[in-house]
Design a protein around this ligand. Sequence first.
Ligand SMILES: NC(=O)c1ccc[n+]([C@@H]2O[C@H](COP(=O)([O-])OP(=O)(O)OC[C@H]3O[C@@H](n4cnc5c(N)ncnc54)[C@H](OP(=O)(O)O)[C@@H]3O)[C@@H](O)[C@H]2O)c1
Length: 294
Amino acid sequence: MSQQMRTTGPIAVFGATGRQGGAVVDALLDRQAPVRALVRDPQSDRAQALAARGVDLAAVRTDDPASMAAALTEVEAFSFMTPEANSLDEVETEIRIGTALVDAAVAARVPHVVFNSVFGADQESGVPHHDSKHTIEERLRACGLRATMVRSAPFMEEMAPKLEHGEIVLRVPMPEDVALKMVSVRDVGRVAAALLLGTAEAPGGAVELVGDELTGPQIAAAFGAHAGLPARYEALPLSVLPSELDREMFRQFATMGEVPSDLAVARAIEPATLDLAGWIRATGWTVPANGTGS
Ligand SMILES: NC(=O)c1ccc[n+]([C@@H]2O[C@H](COP(=O)([O-])OP(=O)(O)OC[C@H]3O[C@@H](n4cnc5c(N)ncnc54)[C@H](OP(=O)(O)O)[C@@H]3O)[C@@H](O)[C@H]2O)c1
C-alpha cells in the first residue's frame, strides 16, 4: 500500500544492493520516497537494477570521507547496515565500516539515522559479530544525531528445510525445546522505511524486531503444513558449524528463549508483519524437488 511521500530530500541507503538494504529500498519506493543508494560500484548489475527503478546512485568508499560527504549531502534520513563478518578480522572491518558511516552522517548533519542492527545488541553478548553492532550502536547513540536502531531477530530467509523420502526435514543446531525468534527481511525493510519516513516512531530509539517465535519442531511443522507433508525437526550439534563466530551465535540463540520478545512491537509499526506461516505463503515457498526449499 502506498502512503503519501513526506520527505523533502532523498533517503540515503547503504547496503541497497544487499538483502536488508534492498528491502529498505523496496519499502521506500512503495511509498514513493526518493532514494539514493550508496554503492561501491554503480556499474554492478544490482546497482543498475536499482537505477532502472528510479534510484539515484552515489559511488562511495567508506574509507573516503569525501565520497561519503557527497553522497549524504542534503539527505532527509540515512539507513545503513554493516556487512556480514565471518572471522574476527571481518568483525574489525565491520566495526570500521560502521564507525565510518556514523562519522560521515555526523559530518553531513543527517537529520535521522536508522541502523539495521541485531536483536539484543543493546548489550554485549560475547558473540563477536553482534558485539560489533553494539559498538556501532554506542557510537551512534553518542554522536548527537537523532538515531534509531532496528534490531532484527534472525531472518526467516535462513530457514532451509529439505524434502527427504516424502517428509519435510529441518535441521538446525538448536535444542528442540528452544523458541527461535525470527523476522522476514521484507519486514525489516518495511519497519526501517516507516521509521525513516517518520510515519512511525520507535519508543526509546530502538525496535527489537521479531515477527514470530517458534521451536524447531514448530518451524518444521509450519513448512510441513504448507506442503501437506509430514515434517520433523532434527537438532544438530554446534560442531556442524565451521565458524566459531556462528557457534557462539547459536550458543546465544539457545538462551534467547529466556529473553523476552514482544511480537506486538513490529506490528505497531508494520501491521502486516509476517509470522512464519505468512512468510511461507507470501514468498510462495515450494517443496524442494530435491534438497533445500526456495
Ligand atoms: N542473516 C540473519 O539472520 C541476520 C539477522 C540480523 C542481522 N543480520 C546482519 O545483517 C548483516 C548482513 O545484511 P544483508 O544480509 O542485508 O547483507 P548482504 O545481502 O550481504 O549485503 C551486503 C551489502 O553491503 C554492501 N557493502 C558495502 N561495503 C561492503 C563490504 N566492504 N563488504 C561487503 N559488503 C559491502 C554491499 O554492497 P555492494 O557490494 O554493492 O557495494 C551490499 O549491499 C550482517 O551484519 C548480519 O550480521 C543478519
